[in-house]
Write a protein that binds this ligand. Sequence first.
Ligand SMILES: NC(=O)c1ccc[n+]([C@@H]2O[C@H](COP(=O)([O-])OP(=O)(O)OC[C@H]3O[C@@H](n4cnc5c(N)ncnc54)[C@H](O)[C@@H]3O)[C@@H](O)[C@H]2O)c1
Ligand SMILES: N[C@H](CO)Cc1c[nH]c[nH+]1
Ligand SMILES: [Zn+2]
Length: 879
Amino acid sequence: MSAQFLPAIDIATYTSGTQGLDAKALQYVGSVYAIARPENLDNAFAYLQQTVGVYEIYFDVTLLQSADDVVDLLNAGAAKAFVSGPQLSQLKNVDNLDLSRLILSLAGQTEEELQMITNTPIGIYLHGIKDASVVEQLLQQYGSKRPPVYVSLANANAEHALHLARISATTIIPATQLTVDPKAQPELIDASALLMANATSDRADGLFTTLVTDERGIALGLVYSSAESVSESLRTGRGVYQSRKRGLWYKGESSGDVQELVKVDFDCDSDCLRFVVRQQGRGFCHLATATCFGEYRGLSKLQQTLQKRKRSAPEGSYTARLFNDSKLLKAKILEEANELCEAESKADIAAEAADVLYFALTKCVAADVSLEDVERNLDLKAVKVKRRKGDAKPQFAEKVGLINGVTNGTPTKEEVKEAASVPKSKDDPAGKDKNGRISMRRFVTSEVSEATVQEALQRPSQRSTEKIMGIVNPIIKAVREGGDRALLDYTHKFEKATSLTTPVLKAPFPEHMMQLPQETISAIDISFENIRKFHAAQKEDKPLSVETMPGVICSRFSRAIERVGLYVPGGTAVLPSTALMLGVPAMVAGCKKIVLASPPRSDGSITPEIVYVAHKVGAESIVLAGGAQAVAAMAYGTESVTKVDKILGPGNQFVTAGKMVVSNDTSAGVSIDMPAGPSEVLVIADRTANPAFVASDLLSQAEHGVDSQVVLIAVDLSEEQLQAIEDELHAQASALPRVDIVRGSIEHSLTLVTKNIEEAMRLSNDYAPEHLILQVQDAEKVATMVENAGSVFIGPWTPESVGDYSAGVNHSLPTYGYAKQYSGVNLGSYLKHITSSNLTAEGLRNVGGAVMQLAKVEELEAHRRAVSIRLAHMEKMSA
Ligand SMILES: NC(=O)c1ccc[n+]([C@@H]2O[C@H](COP(=O)([O-])OP(=O)(O)OC[C@H]3O[C@@H](n4cnc5c(N)ncnc54)[C@H](O)[C@@H]3O)[C@@H](O)[C@H]2O)c1
Ligand SMILES: N[C@H](CO)Cc1c[nH]c[nH+]1
Ligand SMILES: [Zn+2]
């Protein structure tokens, strides 16, 4: 706790050593008050720069016009700001501003102001107060929950100041009226008496327990103080204490191990003083160690050693070489930073971080920068109101595959390969146990609250929409305006396909581009046929027709959407199966133009499997591009890309955001299927389930991407059965080529242990998984309880992967809980339904009255007349 008074200085005129407290004494008491005026704002910043970390400045900013200036002062290190009511209202809207750094400044004399005081949880500054008793009354009103109160009295004298300090209000007193010399002129106020005004002692001898620390807060030892020793310490600027046997004790007077006083303050209830000192000589302890608890450790120890070496490093020693060879030091810092980036196990990270710190501190010591300086800098950064964005500089971002300062949603193939090639440790030559056991968090629902379960089921958070939109919007604008050229530029940039000169491959596709092994051709053909059959069966064989009243016939018939754009993801894995899932129903529906889009490989070519599928479904072209740029090209069309009416298909966050943007642009005239994001699966397993099957299903979706989530709901399983699934999961996962991705997704995956199938189904319906797997007794019966899911897989012989590839159902499904309101891709996704009405004269007579009455209610006379004119005509004809 700092002192109960603030010395006020005038930054325009203050110079250390004039009458009153000098700079050293200001430092001992810790904080000062100053007014920032529009005309001396530069002085204010300069003054802050000199004093940051030495003492705190409380700036009265009520004269400043702009809230930005206040924020800038806080960012530059001002500890607190005294603000006016209107300034407070403005500053409340500033992001990241900690309101406890503001103090509301009031004259405290009107009813309205007193009302404001009682409603303000932050500190209050009352100025120009004539009578200290007003403050006392106010403090009594508040009781113990009051905010800090700062007071400036019209005519402060020692008695008033002491009184206010005792009732825990902080008095603001001009520094020129304060002194640390008890023998100074009597009209000056003794700062040490003010400092000690609230100190309490629980000792019979009345001495104050005093903890002595260094500037980093490391305890050097325990001593005692008296009012006199504190006063003497402030006067001399040294560590002076009260020895219980020898009276005043000027530390180091006989040993030479003196202390320079840095600051004096109190603990939270003012019964323990803290002296922060700079220890000279051998150390604080009489045993000549750095502290009474032994020698320094860790960073303090390292700093001590490096400082010693700097003074007298043995020639030829490694540290001497580092001090003398700045290039060697730079190379070591870079080398160790790189090793830290690559370290993965806890032990390796600790070891590499220690090396980085060693070389960084060597650089600091060489430049006379201390750990204390570094920590002051950290503290200053911690109070900054607006932080820098934190993106990496381009030359570093590129090294780790960051584009525009953010990573791709899922690691690229190269990143995965790179991660897998991290050198294996001696203990784990296979590298399978790099980060320990692969296991999911487990919750027993009867033992935790519903809120805990819901929290655990949260999908991994996606990157902020704002950030993604900030990337996607300019891409869409560029492609819309720049057409093929812009599209190609993005493909060169993101897919590194710099040799590509045209962004579209038109049908008929050349044979050599779809050369495939026979077994792949057969697999595609079988899957194609099953998907075709299942989607063809979804066709309505004839238009729906209903006679709602005699002579009133309502019909509905469907027509295919003319031009569809199908996005086939290709970032982390090439997915020809998605080309099948999107292309086959488009063909079955009869869409006239099918355009596929997929990111090309870095040599500009497209996977032959995708070309083969495009050929089989009769696609008119393949857009050789990915991400938001491919979406924009299909939405608006370019010189060579055909504009489409609807875009379908899953993708990463850039693709999904791109689809959202174009579908919201009425001028694009394009719709989309649904928001489909990272793959997910929920498996419900009971005692009949095979642990190996369960684990394999979980892993089949976990391997899609680090942002995938998989959930196991165990129904009444014993500990052994749960253990068996967990063992299988670890063993199977460790053997997968994409184990690094699996580790990422398993980290935010979980097991919920439930009592019965009803509870399991309630949780599942609430989660609305993309895929639901039922490995339970009577799975077919349980399937009737499903309310929300993209696609359901029933019984032990139905792994989810059959749905991904070949069974016939579609795998392009709603994720992220959207299964509550969206269906997966199906034949209907490619159709529009058109209705028709066909009335006979009798029909119009039957329904006409209702139509005319409702038109009357809506006061739409032309609507009414369209019927009445006909009815009148009928009457005339029959007359
Ligand atoms: N729900 C479903 O039915 C379903 C089906 C298959 C795949 N998926 C999901 O689709 C996703 C596929 O994602 P993917 O990344 O592998 O492929 P993708 O084709 O969706 O995205 C890759 C493209 O993103 C763009 N991109 C990457 N980083 C970028 C950046 N920093 N700025 C701008 N654009 C950038 C590039 O153009 C790149 O070609 C996965 O999450 C997968 O789980 C879902
Ligand atoms: N399971 C994914 C849909 O969530 C689709 C897919 C493609 N290939 C393999 N799986
Ligand atoms: Zn899959």
